[in-house]
Write a protein that binds this ligand. Structure first.
Ligand code: NAD
Ligand code: UDP
Length: 317
């Protein structure tokens, strides 16, 4: 039997957070979704409004929050380069002040707390695939630094609260994740390519398109996050969560064109500064400690995501 937890999800109206809300409600938990709607949207959780175990609160995590909770998933932070570079100071504040506020809340309520960290802590990595013991290769003063260094500092805070205050922490390093409810204009590669293909617009490859990423379908990622949250207390992470299937950005474009039957052409645009050349998670730690591995192949996940955007674009006219 599953005992009901009171679960706080910051950034719960975002892409990944809203799927997490769905899954935790399905299994019987109480969910408090906290979001300032910077990149998230009420529409991502509108189907949950009125659910007896669901509550939605507008709040910015850079300010303290006083609620009662058993578990905290700290997901709040814009994740797309376009959005996190829009107001870089706020991005760092969200990661750093947000972590301090949520860790303080966890300390007072004795809640278990999980941080949505990122593969960006490895920067433009010199080792491949990336293992958790790699310290990374991050530019501290570039346009991506507000996100990368903010997330690195949040990890530092999590481990210091763990050592200093014995907090029960979990740190997930999430690799590129995609699926329904991504923002159609957030500039991330999967949403960009699908929207461009469905509209018959040019597919924009930044640089030569030979840089690689490993794409995880959101359902798999949510399974991994919940497995980590529910793991024994000694399992703190950091733990890589992602799909090790590695593709060049050009290969991704080709798959999207193929699956949509689009007539779009590929065009090249300048490569953004500090864009990592390669990224692939080593997920042996997640396999050993969580018994977790992703199940959805890129082609199947893309098919589901294309169906979502097709419906969305039709509704938007
Ligand atoms: P998203 O932008 O869809 O969701 C982030 C949510 O946080 C949004 O709802 C946004 O409104 C909210 N938010 C932002 N700043 C806030 C603040 N100050 N106070 C309260 N709410 C705030 O992005 P996502 O893809 O769902 O990412 C969720 C988390 O996972 C982020 O922390 C992100 O860094 C991490 N992550 C995501 C990926 C990915 O590929 N999607 C990869 C690595 C890490
Ligand atoms: N990219 C691209 N075309 C786009 C959007 C992104 O070629 O329209 C590239 C981007 O330069 C990067 C990769 O796709 O190399 C993934 O970009 P995204 O912004 O999705 O995430 P990142 O992993 O860089 O944070």
């Amino acid at each position: 039997m599953h005992l009901t937890n009171r679960i706080l999800i910051t950034g719960g109206a975002g892409f990944i957070g809203s799927h997490l809300c769905d899954r935790l409600l399905e299994r019987g938990d109480e969910v408090l979704c906290v979001d300032n709607f910077f990149t998230g949207a009420r529409s991502n959780v509108e189907h949950l409004i009125g659910h007896t175990r669901f509550e939605l609160m507008r709040h910015d995590v850079t300010f303290p929050l006083f609620v009662e909770t058993d578990q905290i998933y700290n997901m709040a932070c814009p994740a797309s380069p376009v959005h996190y570079q829009f107001d870089p100071v706020q991005t760092t504040k969200t990661s750093v002040h947000g972590a301090i506020n949520m860790l303080g809340l966890a300390k007072r309520t004795k809640a278990r707390i999980l941080q949505a960290s990122t593969s960006e802590v490895y920067g433009d990595p010199n080792i491949h695939p990336q293992t958790e013991d790699y310290w990374g290769h991050v530019n501290p003063i570039g346009p991506r630094s507000c996100y990368d260094e903010g997330k690195r500092c949040a990890e530092t805070l999590f481990f210091d609260y763990h050592r200093q205050h014995q907090l029960d922490i979990k740190v997930a390093r999430i690799f590129n994740t995609y699926g329904p409810r991504m923002h159609p204009n957030d500039g991330r590669v999967v949403s960009n390519f699908i929207v461009q293909a469905l509209k018959g617009e040019d597919i924009t490859l930044y640089g030569d398109g030979e840089q690689t990423r490993s794409f995880c379908y959101v359902d798999d990622l949510v399974d991994g996050l919940i497995a980590l949250m529910d793991s024994p207390e000694g399992v703190t992470g950091p733990i890589n969560l992602g799909n090790p299937g590695e593709f060049t950005i050009k290969e991704l474009a080709e798959q999207v064109i193929d699956l949509t039957g689009s007539t779009s052409n590929m065009v090249h645009k300048p490569l953004p500064q500090d864009d990592p050349r390669q990224r692939q998670p080593d997920i042996s730690r997640a396999a050993d400690q969580l018994n977790w591995a992703p199940k959805v192949a890129l082609r199947d996940g893309l098919t589901r995501t294309i169906a979502y955007f097709d419906g969305l674009l039709t509704r938007m006219g």
